[in-house]
Design a protein around this ligand. Structure first.
Ligand SMILES: [Zn+2]
Ligand SMILES: [Zn+2]
Length: 284
């Protein structure tokens, strides 16, 4: 059980970074004519979800920072850290520490977001699934960065990106707002961009990443006999940029490639290959 100040910080972050975008996503259409321009809405939502969820979270926070599956130039590291922070899932050092904690104790006590009763002694199947999907966000053990992300806190560049977390989250809302203001014009354009590319994208992004934690540890095919309950969930693969080939990932966590073969699309891997081709990254 984490100390009271940490629980309070987690709940405060939940209120601002999870509940607010989700409520806004559900309620704003009631009073703002935001349903106009549906093609622009989809373009802003998917464009920002690709940049933040695909490049920032999947390629940056997960494959590069958490698993060090490829080396990157300092400029690319900074961009990946900033884009990953825009997801509003916590600063880089926290995200990486928490994820390494997940791999160290997958589906056993100590796994911060397992959806299986094996990780939460005394919990039934549904309660464990709820805790694994979203309940953990409100109250979980805080990973120690000195244990889980020592190389990141030793990196001055990463320390700066980490400290700028709140600015990055705000930039992730203001960027699509500025694009929509330039293209569609007026305060309605501004609000339209902030809504679809910012708030709705953050709310959707949380649930996609949480679904990797929950659905991909309960459902899916298990071609690799890993010690955890991870599975490959095909229907989530495009929305999660390849993250849902999760059994493959747990079997070979250091591999930058999650999808095996053309039947398993892995957009994150295609992005890594593009970075390698451009000379910005090198596979380990
Ligand atoms: Zn996992
Ligand atoms: Zn991982």
């Amino acid at each position: 059980m984490p100390a009271a100040p940490f629980v309070s910080a987690q709940r405060w972050h939940f209120a601002r970074a999870v509940a607010l975008p989700t409520l806004a996503a559900l309620l704003l259409p009631l009073w703002v004519p935001l349903m106009q321009q549906p093609l622009w809405a989809v373009a802003l939502l998917l464009g920002m979800w690709f940049l933040v969820g695909g490049v920032g979270v999947s390629v940056g926070l997960h494959r590069h920072f958490s698993h060090r599956s490829f080396d990157a130039t300092p400029a690319l590291r900074a961009v990946l850290g900033v884009l990953g922070s825009m997801a509003a899932q916590g600063p880089v050092v926290y995200w990486v520490s928490l994820h390494r904690m997940h791999h160290a104790a997958s589906d056993r006590p100590g796994d911060p977001h397992s959806p299986r009763p094996s990780a939460w002694p005394g919990s039934g199947r549904w309660r464990a699934f709820w805790r694994g999907h979203v309940g953990w966000v409100l109250n979980h053990d805080v990973p120690r960065p000195t244990r889980y992300a020592r190389e990141l806190i030793a990196d001055p560049l990463l320390r700066r990106v980490n400290a700028a977390y709140a600015v990055c989250v705000a930039a992730g809302v203001l960027l699509p707002a500025a694009v929509a203001w330039a293209v569609l014009g007026g305060w309605q354009g501004l609000l339209f961009g902030a809504y679809w590319g910012g708030l709705v994208r953050i709310a959707l992004g949380h649930h996609v990443i949480w679904a990797i934690n929950s659905c991909c540890h309960v459902f899916g095919q298990r071609p690799h006999a890993t010690a955890d309950g991870s599975g490959n969930v095909a229907w989530l693969s495009l929305l999660s940029w390849g993250e849902s080939w999760h059994n493959n990932h747990h079997a070979q966590p250091v591999q930058a490639r999650f999808g095996h073969g053309w039947q398993q699309p892995d957009v994150g891997w295609w992005v890594v290959r593009a970075f390698v081709a451009l000379g910005w990254a090198r596979l380990r």
